[in-house]
Design a protein around this ligand. Structure first.
Ligand code: FAD
Length: 292
């Protein structure tokens, strides 16, 4: 089984989303073309997040795996799904050659017409996949705690259960202040979590993204980010460049701290992702070591 997280560290990966209802698959493959040329270790494909279409996740992930010959990660949520529905998706992923799943609970939406589903927490989905299939399984984690968790410590206690259920590596929710990541990583290590923790980075390249990020995942906003958004928000080119520079500076610092991987939330913006990659490739590759 391809286990890029264990073969090469720090790992370097991207996240993309399927087209929204009005978008085309071709435009997503245009993004994949551009991202593949940056030689990531993995490209992950979201599942129904942010209004994207659930139907295309498997098709895009299998195309990345089989046509682009790049390890693909299919995100899979279990909220509102029966055991049979989840197993049908896992069987299809297996048949189409996708080998890695990001196993998620998903968000309970007030307007959704489904109940909780068969699996109540991602840990149960992870255990099910590990018991019945041969996938590598990734899990999500939250440096500033999951919004529903009463405290970071309580969240990490549940995260430990998820890792013990068989998670091979974790990818964090986006964060804008690296100190939040370091505090979380220390607490996770103290709790006995010893799988790679991959840092999720989202470049803020438009003023509107900041409010979205804060309301969707509760990320705290450091003064430096607030300042560049206030100063350059009205100037599309300036804020794009500032967002890229800030994300690159976060990554430089994370790499210096020994982070095991960087996962860029590309938002399907290949140009932004390319610029960040160009900024950090030299450092990243000088640090890469083979793990047996
Ligand atoms: P869980 O691990 O189940 O945790 C959810 C909450 O339940 C936490 O507060 C946790 O502390 C608590 N908990 C866990 N176990 C227990 C227990 N036994 N008892 C009580 N409480 C418990 N969403 C999508 O819809 N599609 C995507 O593609 C997608 N991709 C994502 C990628 C990443 C890297 C991240 C970080 C998030 C992604 N999400 C996606 C969002 C995710 O689905 C939501 O954050 C969701 O609310 C939680 O999912 P989870 O897998 O972390 O849940």
């Amino acid at each position: 089984m391809n286990n890029a997280f264990e073969k090469m560290l720090p790992n370097f990966s991207f996240e993309i989303f399927p087209p929204k209802r009005t978008g085309s698959l071709e435009s997503v493959y245009g993004t994949v073309d551009a991202l593949a040329s940056l030689h990531p270790d993995l490209i992950s494909v979201t599942y129904g997040a942010g209004g994207s279409n659930r139907d295309n996740t498997i098709e895009i992930a299998s195309t990345i795996q089989n046509r682009y010959m790049l390890p693909a990660v299919a995100h899979l949520t279990c909220v509102g799904s029966s055991l049979e529905q989840t197993d049908a998706l896992l069987a299809e992923l297996k048949e189409k050659g996708v080998r890695t799943i990001l196993a998620l609970r998903g968000d309970r939406r007030a307007d959704a017409d489904f109940g909780d589903g068969y699996f109540k927490h991602a840990a149960e989905l992870v255990a099910h996949i590990k018991k019945n299939y041969d996938f590598r399984v990734l899990g999500a984690c939250y440096p500033e705690k999951h919004p529903e968790a009463p405290s970071l410590e309580a969240d990490i206690a549940h995260l430990k259960e998820k890792v013990d259920a068989g998670v091979d590596a974790l990818i964090t929710q986006l964060f804008l202040n690296n100190d939040d990541f370091y505090r979380f990583r220390d607490l996770a290590q103290k709790a006995g979590i010893n799988v790679p923790i991959i840092a999720g980075i989202m470049p803020i390249t438009q003023a509107s993204m900041l409010d979205k990020v804060v309301s969707l995942c509760g990320a705290s906003v450091p003064p430096a980010v607030r300042r560049f958004v206030d100063a350059y928000g009205h100037n599309a080119e300036a804020i794009r460049e500032a967002g890229i520079a800030y994300a690159a500076s976060q990554i430089v610092d994370l790499l210096a701290s020994g982070v095991e991987g960087i996962h860029i939330y590309s938002m399907n913006k290949a140009g932004v992702t390319r610029q960040i990659a160009q900024n950090i490739h030299g450092i990243l590759y000088s640090l890469r070591v083979k793990k047996s």
